[in-house]
Design a protein around this ligand. Sequence first.
Ligand SMILES: [Zn+2]
Length: 157
Amino acid sequence: MGRQPLWRRVDFIPHITYFKPTGVPAAHLQEVRLSVEEAEAIRLKDLQGLEQEECAQKMNISRTTFARLLGSARERMADALLNGKAIKIEGGNFEMALRRFRCDNGHEWDVPFEVMINSPPQFCPTCNTPSIMALWPWGPGWGRGGRGRRPGGGYNW
Ligand SMILES: [Zn+2]
């Protein structure tokens, strides 16, 4: 059995992360949790129509792991749709393939994960101001969801 990489790679985090059926009183509402990786698995396979092999490569995981991820994602979505449960997309173990930055003068640019690790940007590449901030996925801190959220680090989970 090969070594499993710890982090799954994710290119996209949905902006809307909560779905709720209408007509269900909050007290009776049950919630299904979909991890960010599961959402990504659905996006790559079902929305973009890629082959499993390709999806697995993009997420930096084995095909078996991808198949399992996709299976649980579909199961949870089916459970939510058919049983009238809310879906909350959150958490998981993943790294963003890209990180988006913006400077005080409004320039925005993307920084690949590999660059973030080796030399996180200090200046805006367009106007050279050091007043830059990470925009995306959320706030300060970078890259890794689930584990490692830091106090006040701006992650939603
Ligand atoms: Zn700038």
